[in-house]
Design a protein around this ligand. Structure first.
Ligand SMILES: *Cc1c(COP(=O)(O)O)cnc(C)c1O
Length: 356
């Protein structure tokens, strides 16, 4: 079976070295030394002031949104994973969907501007497949209307824009380190900010709102464990190798599928890709289903990602987002992972070609 992704596991000896430390210390969670070490290393990797390691990327979104006033409107993208808009609803605000650009499938800044009301508190945008949102335009709109900018950077780890890590943009960026992501800690996530006050507030939310016996605010349990941080410490030094390996696979796909009438995201100028996903956008949903079914019959799992367009989910009384609705019926993520072999990419591409 060739899956759409396959988690990378480090040599077991590397992980065992950390397990031995954990066994010696008997400090398993609550901001332990491995969590602190991972946070320090991630901060220097991303060149940011504050990074809170968390137990998953959805809690990261919820804690980031918790810093905003409640009962507001948050302008967001319909083309993301459902955790993005659900987190807004979960935190007591209303997602207002702005349609996406047909080039890189990130939120369209022009559509954002048209949806701002007195009740808008923030923009929550996703760097789709690791391709950057138009961060400059979004920042301009946010400044003009005094809005907070939060990026769902679950796909953005390792990607850069104009030489800067993509996760360093916005008032807050969140990330997921789930096992299926490019860099993972089995389960895990992070909140990234350069703002001291926001960092302080979110640190309290992560640990029930209290430090020792002093209670400062409401909170939740967003803490990551030593076992999870250990996985991150094993994998972080391999990031360069992960990206290089995926680049080779991605270029092979592009070369083999180059003659077909399929659309690929075109990232904005200055992007350095992380090759986290290998999406193709075909000409119709019918074609997508034909391809997915044929691959599946050959034990290859390609996944519709993102589907459906979030504005169409029953929990939202969605605005119309014709571009996202169209792209989401035609976007297919092909297998992409470190251990994917060249011969398998060739097989996958030959099967896809036979569907045209
Ligand atoms: C994976 C993902 C999330 C959720 O992260 P978890 O760590 O699984 O909670 C949120 N947003 C996007 C865009 C994702 O891809």
């Amino acid at each position: 079976m060739i899956n759409v992704t396959q988690p990378f596991l480090p040599p077991i000896e590397a992980y065992e070295k950390y397990l031995k430390e954990i066994w010696d210390r008997k400090w398993l969670t609550n901001n332990g030394p491995l969590v602190q070490e991972l946070e320090e290393k991630l901060k220097s990797y991303l060149g940011v002031k504050h990074l809170l390691y968390l137990n998953n990327g959805t809690i990261a979104l919820q804690i980031a949104i918790k810093t905003l006033p409640q009962n507001c409107e948050i302008i967001t993208t319909p083309f993301s994973y459902v955790a993005t808009s659900n987190s807004i609803l979960w935190e007591g605000s209303k997602p207002v969907f702005a349609d996406i650009k047909n080039t890189d499938f990130t939120i369209d800044p022009e559509k954002i501007a048209a949806l701002i009301t007195e009740n808008t508190s923030a923009i929550l945008a996703t760097h789709v497949y690791g391709n950057p949102c138009d961060v400059a335009a979004i920042e301009n709109i946010a400044k003009a209307h005094h809005l907070r900018v939060i990026y769902d950077g679950a796909h953005a780890f390792g990607a850069e824009l104009n030489g800067k890590p993509l996760l360093s943009f916005g008032d807050i960026s969140t990330c997921s380190f789930h096992a299926t992501k490019l860099f993972h800690t089995v389960e895990g996530g992070a909140i990234i900010t350069n703002d001291d006050d926001l960092a302080k507030e979110m640190t309290l939310y992560r640990q029930f709102g209290h430090v020792g016996d002093d209670h400062f605010s409401i909170g939740i349990n967003g803490k990551g464990s030593e076992f999870h941080a250990a996985m991150g410490l094993c994998l972080l030094p391999m990031m360069g190798e992960f990206i290089n390996k995926r680049k080779v696979i991605s270029e092979l796909y592009d070369q083999l599928l180059g003659d077909l009438p399929i659309q690929k995201p075109v990232a904005i100028m200055g992007t350095r890709h992380n090759y986290s996903y290998q999406p193709i956008i075909v000409d119709s949903e019918e074609r997508l289903i034909t391809i997915q079914t044929l691959l599946s019959r050959n034990n290859i799992n390609a996944r519709r990602y993102f589907y459906p367009s979030l504005n169409n989910l029953p929990q939202y009384k969605g605005e119309l987002c014709p571009i996202a609705e169209s792209v989401s019926t035609r976007a297919l993520a092909l297998p992409m992972y470190y251990a994917l072999e060249k011969k398998d990419v060739i097989t996958i591409c030959n099967l896809i070609k036979s569907c045209f």
